[in-house]
Design a protein. Structure first.
Length: 646
């Protein structure tokens, strides 16, 4: 149940992280990516070692996973532990490169003391995703805990690539207390035995031998070539610590195998098969103390980094004495050499040999200085404490995983941005098309409007001035007939004078009659006045229905109706020879209807051109009819709406 809860919690955290990434903007994601890249530049890289050597430990293979397993490390005395690093066994995949093989994705760590054999769970690890793509260690941190033993427990085994069988396997287990790996070379026991291994590369002891599949590559610091003696020489190596220090650990870093591909020498270059490291308070080593006596029996006993925890001893001077050198292959004969990239002497988790004076006795002729033994650098740069190294590799994995998520979110955002840009591009094309269309259409409308304006001006001049001039002529005839009647003559001349002034006024604004003020303000009154003026010799009737609504028609419509009406009357008095006329104008708020009937002789050819033009301006329907009883009937029907009224 606890494992299920942890799995769900992990999935929730991953989902929350992905959701958080999805909610971030492109600039925020790019900023985070840049931050991750800067952090990665400063972290150790999981560079992988070559050659041959110890791999780690694996159990006998099983056909199914249902085999619980544990491995218990005896720390000896009680230690205050706070962190455990688990290093995977790496497998070379032909498609994806190196990958973790059969790494346990579900485990727990239990710790206790000699008086408490049950212990308590101090850390749990549940990773629902496949860890095979990772090559970095997993670091489990927890509250500082006293322990004299640590047990790693897995509920079932895991499938390995080689044969799809189920095993438990790891390359290394490191248990840290104050920066010191207290599990180093400690005795351990396992619940399942190991298979027969002719290669000698798999053994329980390799879980805590301090050897990992990595080269120390801190990605910072300067490159330093390790110290190597001349061919055939096995000098003693000395370090002066400057003052007496308690030494409790020794780390030896092998010299670089070769910086060429392929390498020029075999993998154990410079590491003696049997050597001892001695300490003393005096430079002549009169009070010598043996700190470490090491003898390797097989090639898997050595590695790129060899670490030992030793009984604490105080000394100022330290020397490494070769008792049996290894044999390196020279140019033409088998010759021995001695050399290391670095010698670290650990005191309270700190390398006290760093920067101290080092020399070889006898002095070597080659260009490799013994000071390289204490410069804190290797071929790849700065040498890190083991705990920091493991944590940086683990952090690199987490950051690279986050970076993949950031890049995935960025790609989604970029794709969305691309779609938006494409959409905006199409919108721009459509907008440009609309603009061009609007410009062209506006030009066409402007030309059309100009044409209509010209037509209206021509029609206004024809209808307004023509009708007025005809009326002037008619009143002139009446004036001639009134020569003998001075009173009537004067009245007629006054009417001619008024009509002349009206004609002049019409001529001034007939070109812009639609916008002129004072023209046809009250439609009904204007039509009555015009009927009296033009039909002076004709008996007529004029009637209006819904006068208030007719007078509320918008100016253009009032003027158009008025001019159609006026032109119709002009045609009656010019061509119709009528004696009576009947005029009706009405509206029902949906349609304006105008009828003009007379008893004249009518006219042929249908509706006159001037009236058709006026009807076209109004978008109205105009018809002409000749009733059986004689005369002419002109009808105008104009559709209107609420927007047609003021």
């Amino acid at each position: 149940m606890r494992r299920l809860v942890l799995s769900l919690a992990f999935l929730f955290c991953c989902s929350a992280a992905n959701a958080a990434l999805d909610d971030r903007s492109i600039s925020e994601l790019e900023t985070r990516k840049a931050e991750i890249d800067r952090e990665l530049e400063a972290l150790a890289r999981p560079s992988l070692r070559g050659g041959v050597g110890a791999i780690g430990f694996h159990t006998a293979p099983f056909k199914n996973a249902e085999h619980p397993f544990w491995v218990e490390i005896d720390l000896g005395e009680v230690q205050m532990i706070s962190e455990i690093a688990l290093v995977p066994v790496l497998w070379r995949d032909m498609d994806e490169g190196f990958r973790a093989d059969a790494f346990p994705t579900t485990l727990r760590v239990r710790a206790g003391t000699a008086d408490d054999r049950v212990g308590r769970v101090i850390a749990e690890y549940v990773h629902p995703e496949d860890m095979s793509r990772s090559v970095t260690p997993v670091v489990l941190s927890f509250a500082e805990t006293p322990a004299s033993w640590v047990r790693l427990e897995v509920p079932h085994l895991f499938k390995r690539v080689l044969d799809d069988k189920y095993v438990f396997q790891l390359s290394e287990i490191l248990v840290f207390s104050g920066g010191k790996n207290v599990a180093l070379r400690r005795p351990l026991k396992t619940s399942l035995g190991k298979p027969r291994d002719p290669s000698g590369a798999w053994d329980e002891g390799f879980l805590v031998d301090g050897t990992t599949p990595y080269i120390m590559n801190s990605a910072r610091g300067r490159q330093s070539l390790g110290f190597l003696s001349d061919f055939g020489a096995t000098p003693d190596l000395y370090i002066d610590l400057g003052a007496s220090h308690p030494i409790s650990g020794i780390h030896l870093h092998a010299v670089e195998q070769s910086n060429t591909v392929p390498q020029a020498f075999v993998g154990d270059l410079g590491i003696p098969k049997h050597f001892k490291i001695e300490g003393a308070e005096t430079p002549d080593f009169a009070d010598v103390t043996v700190l470490l006596d090491y003898q390797s029996e097989k090639i898997s006993d050595t590695g790129l980094i060899m670490m030992w925890n030793i009984p604490e001893a105080s000394c100022r001077y330290v020397r490494l004495v070769t008792l049996e050198p290894s044999i390196s292959f020279g140019v033409s004969e088998r010759l021995s050499r001695v050399g290391f990239a670095e010698i670290e002497l650990m005191s309270n988790g700190e390398n006290i040999a760093l920067g101290k004076e080092a020399w070889a006795d006898p002095v070597m002729r080659n260009l490799r200085s013994p000071m390289a033994l204490t410069d804190g650098q290797n071929l790849y740069g700065e040498i890190l404490p083991a705990q920091m190294w493991m944590k940086e590799l683990a952090l690199r994995h987490d950051l690279e995983l986050e970076r993949r998520g950031v890049m995935a979110a960025l790609n989604v955002q970029y794709e969305l941005q691309k779609k938006v840009l494409i959409g905006m591009g199409w919108m721009l094309v459509v907008a440009l098309f609309v603009i061009v269309f609007v410009v062209l259409y506006s030009r066409i409308l402007r030309i059309r409007n100009e044409t209509q304006v010209r037509e209206r001006i021509a029609a206004n001049l024809h209808d307004e001035l023509g009708a007025n001039l005809h009326a002037i002529g008619m009143w002139s005839d009446i004036a001639q007939e009134s020569v003998d009647t001075p009173g009537q003559l004067i009245e007629t001349l006054q009417k001619i004078r008024a009509l002349t002034e009206r004609t002049g006024a019409s001529a001034r604004f007939c070109a812009n009659m639609l916008e002129a003020t004072g023209v046809c303000e009250i439609l009904v009154d204007e039509m009555k006045r015009e009927a009296r003026r033009l039909l002076a010799d004709v008996q007529y009737e004029i009637s209006f229905e819904n006068e208030a609504a007719l007078n509320r028609l918008k100016r253009r419509k009032r003027i158009d109706i008025y001019l159609f009406f006026k032109e119709s009357l002009t045609n009656i008095i010019r061509h119709g020879q009528a004696t009576t006329a009947r005029i009706e104008l009405s509206t029902n708020m949906k349609e304006v209807k105008l009828t003009i009937a007379d008893d004249g002789c009518g006219f042929t050819g249908g509706l006159p051109k001037s009236l058709r033009r006026r009807a076209k301006f109004m978008r109205a329907i105009a018809t002409v009819d000749h009733p059986k009883e004689g005369g002419t009937l002109i009808s105008l029907k104009l559709k209107v709406s609420q927007r047609s009224f003021k």
